[in-house]
Write a protein that binds this ligand. Structure first.
Ligand SMILES: Nc1ncnc2c1ncn2[C@@H]1O[C@H](COP(=O)(O)OP(=O)(O)OP(=O)(O)O)[C@@H](O)[C@H]1O
Length: 230
């Protein structure tokens, strides 16, 4: 079942094309990474998928299918989210709980099941013991893990993650990749993750999409290396 479908996408900032002729899809149950050198327009591409930016040509769609009578739900983590400033007042628990409210827009008050989800999400990223700490007091890697817990608490069908492991140590990264693989293979989630960590993640993923410089363009423009879509 296709969760994301990008067809013949070309995107311009101002006069210059930065992405050209992009085609790929992400199915349910797949853990796929998107790589490319710095400035290869990886974030630009996922912003097109999310509808934050709009292609000049072609289409970028998230599936309109309904799952179990609910619309497909998307969890997105933008780049550098862990740079919440030191004054950010909410506790770790509150921020993760806010993901739970997002999960069910009819929710009025958190119930026992919601609290169980929040606890599980925080345990998953080894941050349960920090639940009463203020976000601003945490290190960059800890903030990043709390943001991941917020997404897990929301329990989306499709994860779109922009360099989510920035600031995390090697063990935490491996645990996180294993968890994403489990979400994809056991719970049929779709996962598209931008990363520079392609060596460590390679044993967990199903496919690797790479953006490469277009040699025949006068601009600094990127396209897909079809050989790299395994
Ligand atoms: N709002 C904008 N207006 C004009 N140019 C932009 C804008 N945002 C990004 N760019 C340019 O588009 C190109 C792609 O940027 P983008 O952030 O998508 O790349 P990236 O592959 O995600 O980079 P990185 O790996 O460094 O995070 C870069 O040259 C960047 O300077």
């Amino acid at each position: 079942m296709k969760y994301i479908e990008v067809k013949d996408l070309t995107f311009y900032y101002d006069e210059e094309p930065v992405l050209q002729d992009i085609n790929f899809h992400i199915d349910s149950g797949e853990f796929v990474i998107l790589t490319g050198e710095n400035g290869a327009a990886k974030s630009t591409l996922i912003r097109n998928v999310l509808g934050l930016l709009h292609p000049a040509k072609g289409t970028a769609e998230i599936s309109k299918i309904n799952l179990e009578d609910k619309k497909l739900r998307v969890g997105y983590i933008p780049q550098e989210i862990s740079s919440f400033n030191a004054g950010f007042p909410s506790t770790v628990y509150e921020l993760v709980a806010s993901g739970r409210y997002q999960q069910n827009r009819w929710l009025r008050r958190l119930n026992k099941k919601d609290h169980d989800h929040i606890k599980k999400a925080l345990e998953t990223v080894n941050m349960w013991s920090f639940r009463n700490h203020k976000i601003g007091e945490l290190s960059g890697g800890q903030k990043q893990r709390v943001c991941l817990a917020r997404i897990f608490a929301a329990d989306p069908d499709l994860f779109i993650l922009d360099e989510p492991t920035t600031g995390m140590d090697e063990k935490s990264r491996h645990d996180f990749y294993e968890l994403l693989q489990h979400e994809a293979h056991t719970h049929h989630k779709g996962i598209l993750m931008i990363t520079h960590d392609h060596e460590d993640v390679s044993e967990y993923i199903d496919r690797h999409i790479k953006l490469v410089r277009k040699e025949d363009s006068q601009w600094r423009c990127f396209s897909m290396d079809s050989c790299n879509e395994l």
